[in-house]
Design a protein around this ligand. Structure first.
Ligand SMILES: [Mn+2]
Length: 404
């Protein structure tokens, strides 16, 4: 069975006020091309198919786009197997799942799922698929351990740490017990598909996840004797524990300025009668360009910028202009920069001019949601006796993966 391992698509994502939908659609189309070019039979999305910011209309549009983009793949019997990550909203996912279940037959009596369609799972499961040669491959599926997915009620635990510990125990228990469950066939080659943070993974930034709140697993918890371990969650691509069959493919596109590696792509591998065939192959997918420009001398640098950045219309940029300016006013500099760069994540002025805002204070769109909330509360609760307590609560709220 030829399999393409991807993760962390984050469809419908926003970076500040910038909509990433088109960037992500282009990468999804690239994935479909790779599926066609390499005769892929199974496409895995190891969690975070959608951004948590996706609303119903955007998700519908994204699913329509997937359906059309992979029409050829599905028509030749291809299967898309996705599990949920921490950014997928279960309320919306359940609605999608209900519709999917309504429209397709149940698995055959041998427990093998039919191909030619998409499956989206937000609970632990064992699944089996048959390839064109008739070989059946087994999948142990582990969505991100959000409390509701594992029947854990936060009200039953004293602290967040207790909830996290319980979730970790439940997941490791499930992965350990999966081989003993009725659906499991020990004679088949098995792929573990999991959206988890495995300790020892090299993290540039765990995407919008506060480390304190993430459920951390050890390499050994995964029982890495599976034929292949398809991980998602960490956006930096890597293999774990020196094992080339245990890996994170990384995010499908660059999602924020914290992702500095620029090495985006997907993993292609084959499972034959004897298990993994050769080494998994990494296939690159060029990410959306991100640029950070520190403009020290606006008069001298502005005229050459358009030529220097031929991708200025599509690249996402952070522009930091040093004050004082020369002959141009601040408004003129803004206008010139806006004419060159269409997708500004941040446009700020910093320096020692008397009327300048504090260094690094972003103007316009630049500030992230968290910064805006914290900035607003800090300013408006000045002198308030409860300010520290309110800010502490706001920090807790903003660092909850569900909230960010
Ligand atoms: Mn994730």
């Amino acid at each position: 069975m030829r399999i393409l391992h991807t993760a962390d698509w984050h469809l419908c994502d926003q970076l500040g006020r910038l909509n990433r939908t088109d960037d992500l659609k282009r990468r999804v189309e690239r994935v479909a091309e790779l599926c066609d070019g390499h005769a892929v039979e199974l496409l895995i999305v190891a969690g975070d198919l959608f951004s948590e910011q996706a609303n119903v209309e955007q998700m519908t549009d994204a699913l329509d786009h997937v359906r059309v983009t992979f029409a050829g793949f599905f028509a030749r019997g291809g299967t898309l197997l996705a599990i949920t990550g921490n950014h997928d909203r279960d309320r919306l996912i359940n609605s999608v799942r209900s519709g999917m279940m309504l429209a397709v037959p149940r698995p055959g009596t041998d427990g093998v799922l039919g191909g030619g369609r998409m499956y989206l799972l937000n609970g632990c499961a064992v699944a089996k698929l048959r390839d064109a040669a008739g070989q059946v491959v087994q999948f142990v599926l582990v969505p991100y351990p959000l409390a509701n997915r594992y029947g854990v009620s936060a009200a039953d635990y004293r602290t967040k740490e207790d909830v996290t510990r319980e979730l970790k125990n439940l997941v490791t228990g499930w992965v350990g017990r999966a081989t003993g469950c009725d659906d499991f066939d020990a004679t088949l080659h098995t792929v573990l598909v999991a959206h988890l943070h495995v300790r020892g993974s090299e993290v540039t930034t765990a995407y919008k996840v506060n480390d304190r709140d993430d459920v951390l697993f050890d390499f050994a918890d995964l029982h890495p004797s599976w034929a292949y371990v398809a991980l998602g969650h960490i956006h930096k691509p890597q293999t774990l524990g020196g094992a080339s069959h245990v890996r994170y493919p990384g995010s499908l596109d660059r999602l924020d300025f914290g992702e500095t590696h620029g090495d985006h792509g997907v993993i292609l591998f084959d499972l034959g009668p004897d298990g993994l065939v050769g080494e998994p192959t990494r296939l690159p997918i060029p990410p959306t360009a991100f640029h950070t420009l520190d403009i020290a001398d606006a008069d001298a640098e502005l005229p050459g910028l358009a030529a220097k950045y031929p991708d200025a219309a599509t690249a996402i940029v952070r522009l930091r202009v040093k004050l004082p300016l020369g002959t141009l006013s601040r408004v003129e500099v803004e206008q010139k920069l806006k004419a060159i760069f269409h997708r500004r994540h941040e446009l700020s002025f910093a320096g020692d001019e008397p009327d300048a805002p504090a260094a690094a204070t972003p103007s316009g769109v630049s500030a992230g949601f968290d910064e805006v909330v914290r900035g607003y509360l800090t300013a408006h609760l000045d002198g308030d006796a409860d300010r520290a307590a309110v800010l502490e609560l706001a920090d807790q709220f903003l660092s909850t993966p569900e909230a960010t």
